[in-house]
Structure formats: C-alpha cells, structure tokens
Design a protein around this ligand. Structure first.
Ligand code: URA
Length: 174
C-alpha cells in the first residue's frame, strides 16, 4: 500500500506504523508517534515504552491483541523522536477520524498530552485517569486520559501513578 505522500515524516521514515489489535476492542488506545523500534518493525508500541504499555494492559486482565486496539495520532516516525507540532498531527487527522468511525470504540484511552489534545484542552497532570463523556463526530464515548509510558519510564512517580491509573481503568471496563 502506498501511503499518502503528503503526510509529515513520510520521506524520512522507514515504515508506516498503522494500528494493531482487535477491530471490536474494549479499549482503543491512542498514543503520540512511532519511535525507532516501531519505525523498524512497522508495529505500534513495540519499543521499551510500548512493552511497558503492553504489560499494563496485561496486568489488568486484557490481551493487547484480542481486547485492545493500539495506535498513535502520527503514523510515521518524527526524526529524532521530536514531539510533533499541532499542524503535523492535524495532517493525520482525517485518517484517525475515519478509523474511529469504522471501529466505533466505546472507550478511548489517550496516552500522553499530544493525543489528549484531540479531545480536551485540560493538562494531563490534572485529568489523568478521570473518565469523561465525549460527544464527537456524532459518536459518544468515554475518554480516559493517561500518562505516556515513556514519561513513566523516565519518572518513577509517574510510573507509580500510571500503574494505579490502570487499576482504575480495570474497574471502569469490567
Ligand atoms: N509511542 C507512541 O506514542 N506510539 C508508538 O507507536 C510508540 C511509542
């Protein structure tokens, strides 16, 4: 498949990193952008922080492939893993929106501040693990903002918070 040539980072990335998992998921997880390992493999969240995210999913009794759909708002790796600008994120939006209209998730978990911006202007530090009802493009779903696993790996306090937040998520899905 030829990806849209106008997408940011198309020319420097090795692979398109699409979504992975269930097309009828209990949770749709939306991250920021692929890193080096994701760019090499073409799979989302398979590097160090991805492994931690998958461990968190497993720790609350879900299978990362059968129960969850995992993807990111940007689908080519930004050089040097730079944080994508709002304009670069916006270039991918039509595809993300189409995907959401096909999958129709009832529960969306954003990981990190970049994907949260799609749905809320509140800072992640204030609203992490706080479920909110969102009406968007004619659909209704519950949004649960979470910290990004890369931030958790850099900061033990965020890691502890993220582990607690996933326990709250478990109570919400069950
Ligand atoms: N971080 C993200 O936000 N997305 C990935 O696919 C990998 C790491």
């Amino acid at each position: 498949m030829q990806a849209d040539q106008s997408l940011p980072f198309r020319k420097t990335a090795k692979n398109l990193v699409f979504g992975e998992g269930s097309l009828n998921p209990k949770i749709y997880i939306l991250g920021e952008a692929p890193g080096r390992t994701e760019d090499e493999t073409g799979q989302p969240f398979v590097g160090r922080s991805g492994k931690f995210l998958r461990e968190l999913i497993t720790s609350i009794g879900f299978d990362p492939l059968k129960d969850v759909y995992i993807t990111s708002v940007v689908r080519f790796r930004p050089p040097e893993n730079k944080t994508p600008t709002p304009k670069q994120v916006a270039a991918y939006e039509k595809y993300i929106n189409l995907e959401l209209q096909i999958i129709k998730p009832k529960l969306i978990v954003t990981v990190g501040g970049v994907s949260l911006k799609k749905f809320s202007r509140e800072p992640i530090t204030k609203i992490h693990a706080k479920p909110m009802q969102v009406s968007w493009l004619g659909a209704r779903f519950t949004l649960v903002p979470m910290f990004h696993p890369a931030a958790a790996l850099r900061n033990p306090a965020i890691k502890r918070a993220m582990i607690r937040d996933f326990q709250k998520l478990k109570a919400l899905v069950k």
